[in-house]
Design a binder for this molecule. Structure first.
Ligand code: NAP
Length: 253
């Protein structure tokens, strides 16, 4: 009897997940691979593998999807702040006794010249801004509502899709992805007289330019710590994750 092929579910949403899709398809041609996006942004990249879009409907929905599709391995390559998805995935994997590996890119750490205030939540970040601050808020469209009561400050808000919450009238909204270059961030911060940078500790290189720009301009950074995630096997890089999957898939066959 031949063993049934593995079916890997790649929970996407990060630039690393984008690269992983191609790498996993190439490295494990015997396995099926399906990717999943939350669908919070409209211009989703083509991962080149079968992809579904939208929430599963909590752990229950994810379990039903996994059973229907015969998922045998989960790769959680969601954003470090996508804690609900990671929790659901860990729970479903445990219930179905399916291995799960989470890509956990390392946090950012301050350099010697950096002036960071580390906070545990969006609310704490909003409190940490002094009166009259001109804050660059790289927060996320759902979380921005934790800041909008601070109409004593100016907020320069950057996100990919417009927020559902109305921003204070004096604030400015930039709808774009982060630029790759710190010079672009420096120009923006100077143009808007930014005094503080507020950001999630996302890690990775994709949105690091704002941290470099804050360093160049000696701006204080309010750094929001990552949410706690459920215990799971983790890999810090794509290549470490692929190595681990190789072991898992070999063991299963
Ligand atoms: P979340 O709170 O973990 O997810 C909320 C719900 O969205 C999940 O419960 C799930 O819905 C659905 N979901 C999330 N990722 C999914 C995926 N890969 N495939 C299918 N469904 C998915 O995360 P979030 O609300 O999306 O984002 C929280 C923070 O992470 C924000 O700060 C955001 O800016 C940041 N972030 C998220 C992503 C992302 O792809 N999720 C990407 C970049 C940044 P069901 O419970 O219905 O299954």
């Amino acid at each position: 009897m031949t063993a049934k092929a593995d079916h890997i579910l790649l929970l996407a949403g990060t630039s690393e997940a984008r690269q992983l899709a191609g790498t996993l398809a190439e490295t494990f041609p015997e396995s099926r691979l399906s990717a999943s996006f939350a669908g919070a942004v409209r211009d989703l990249p083509d991962l080149g593998v079968p992809t579904r879009v939208g929430g599963f409907g909590g752990t229950k929905g994810l379990l039903a999807f996994m059973r229907h599709e015969g998922i045998t391995v989960i790769v959680d390559a969601t954003h470090p702040f996508a804690a609900q998805m990671s929790r659901n995935a860990a729970e479903a994997a445990k219930m179905l006794k399916v291995p799960l590996v989470r890509l956990e890119r390392p946090c950012w750490h301050p350099g010697e010249a950096d002036a960071w205030t580390n906070v545990l939540s969006m609310d704490d970040a909003a409190e940490a801004l002094p009166d009259g601050a001109r804050a660059f808020l790289a927060i996320g469209r759902k979380e921005i509502e934790r800041f909008t009561h601070r109409n004593d400050i100016f907020g320069l808000v950057r996100m990919i899709e417009p927020p559902k919450t109305r921003l204070p009238s004096a604030w400015e909204l930039i709808l774009s992805r982060p630029p790759a270059s710190a010079d672009d961030e420096v120009s923006l911060f100077l143009e808007k007289n930014i005094t503080h940078v507020v950001t999630k500790n996302s890690g990775g290189s994709r949105s690091y330019a704002k941290i470099e720009a804050a360093r160049v301009l000696k701006l204080p950074v309010i750094m929001i710590a990552r949410p706690e995630l459920p215990e799971a096997e983790t890999a810090p890089t794509n290549s470490a994750l692929v190595d681990r999957l190789r072991q898992i898939l070999a063991r299963g066959s």
